[in-house]
Each structure stands twice: as structure tokens, then as C-alpha cells.
Design a protein around this ligand. Structure first.
Ligand SMILES: [Zn+2]
Length: 220
């Protein structure tokens, strides 16, 4: 069964909202992310339920069915592979690729995506450090930590970002932060939980708690 552009975006959004917990997603949360009225969201959710891709009950919320989750993971896979292609092969910066990948993720051809995967030599993560689901629909667990949870005196390596908005990525670039940056947390400030961090052995810089929360690391 083929899916429309709009249906795919809904499945992707419900997937994103469900990550990390088992609760049903409220219609309002979906409406907020799709920027549509709750009434049109309800119509779409009913349609998706008819196709068997979600379980939906008015007033209770929505949840992906196994079939819907498979479709959502397929879209995420395409999105992230295209982001790798755009950065590695086309020379885009990491803050420029998300919007383009939003268009490319809807290309239907499975054989194109499998060839793309091989051409890129089977990358495990996208340019933002996010895991790329396998073609069998398995999302790899990377187990990264948030920089905001790292204690003073610890060294770690920047592995990914929890937010891939262009303004956030541009801020990181301005702070000389990129995937693979070596970080040393010198101090966690009790007042606002901002941290002083030396980046690649440069003199320490301040990073706000809000920024640190969205930086994913592994201990070195
Ligand atoms: Zn993206």
C-alpha cells in the first residue's frame, strides 16, 4: 500500500513523539507539530487508523501499529541517509541538510535507497550523530549521554545532537563544536547549571545548561 506525503509526515511525527516512552500521543501534540487544526488532525488519524497504521481512540490519543512503525522507520532511514549524502558527497554543512532531506525522504524507490546506502558505505549515523535505522526497521541504540549530565573533571567526545534545527547547529559551529570534538568539563556552576568546558584543548568556554542538554556525548 502506498503512502501519501502527508500520511508519511504524520507517521514520522507520531514516531518522534513516541520515542522513549509507551504512552499514547495526544491529538494536540500532533496538531502542534504539524501546525494544523485539531479537527484536521483527527480526520487524518482516523484515516491512518483505517489503513491499520495507528491505533487511535478519540480522547485517548494515538499510537503507531507495528506496520505504522515500520513505515515511520523507513522514512527516518531515508531522511538520515540523504543527510549523509548531502554532507559527505555534496559538500553541504550540517546545518543546511535537514530541510532538503525533508523532501528527499519521500522518494519511493527502495532500490535507490539500498544503492545509496551501499554508495555511502553503510553509515551507522547521520551528520548529526543520529542512528540510521536498518533496512529491516531496527533503530540502533547508541546509548549516548547528555553533556548536561557529565560531572566536573570528566572527559568526553561529542557524538551527536538532540536537536537538529539550523540555528542550534550554527551556534555549535560558532562555538567550534562539531562531531568528534574532545570535551573536558572543568566546572559545573551551581547557580544556573551552566558548565565551563574546554573544547579540543582550547581555553575553557561557557556552555549554557540549555545547550548542554542538547549535546550528546560518550565518556572518553
Ligand atoms: Zn534531519
Amino acid at each position: 500500500m502506498s503512502t501519501s506525503f502527508a500520511e508519511e509526515n504524520y507517521l514520522k511525527i507520531i514516531y518522534r513523539l513516541s520515542e522513549g516512552h509507551d504512552d499514547d500521543i495526544s491529538t494536540n501534540a500532533v496538531a502542534e507539530l504539524t501546525q494544523t487544526k485539531a479537527a484536521s488532525v483527527t480526520d487524518m488519524l482516523r484515516k491512518l487508523a483505517e489503513k491499520g497504521w495507528v491505533h487511535y481512540q478519540k480522547y485517548q490519543g494515538v499510537r503507531l501499529s507495528p506496520e505504522g512503525e515500520k513505515i515511520a522507520l523507513g522514512i527516518v532511514r531515508k531522511h538520515r541517509l540523504w543527510e549523509v549524502f548531502l554532507v559527505e558527497k555534496m559538500g553541504f554543512n550540517w546545518d543546511e541538510v535537514h530541510e532538503i532531506a525533508e523532501q528527499l525522504e519521500h522518494i519511493e524507490s527502495d532500490s535507490l535507497i539500498e544503492k545509496l546506502d551501499a554508495f555511502l558505505e553503510y553509515p551507522k549515523t547521520d551528520p548529526h550523530g543520529d542512528p540510521i535505522p536498518t533496512k529491516n526497521g531496527v533503530m540502533p541504540e547508541l546509548g549516548y549521554l547528555h553533556l548536561s549530565d557529565i560531572k566536573a573533571g570528566k572527559r568526553c567526545v561529542l557524538m551527536g545532537v538532540a536537536k537538529d534545527s539550523a540555528v542550534f547547529l550554527q551556534l555549535l559551529t560558532k562555538m567550534q563544536l562539531s562531531l568528534g570534538s574532545a570535551l573536558y568539563v572543568q566546572e559545573v556552576n551551581a547557580f544556573d547549571r551552566s558548565i565551563s568546558v574546554s573544547i579540543d584543548n582550547a581555553p575553557a568556554a561557557f556552555i549554557s545548561h540549555e545547550v548542554a542538554k542538547n549535546i550528546l556525548v560518550k565518556l572518553a
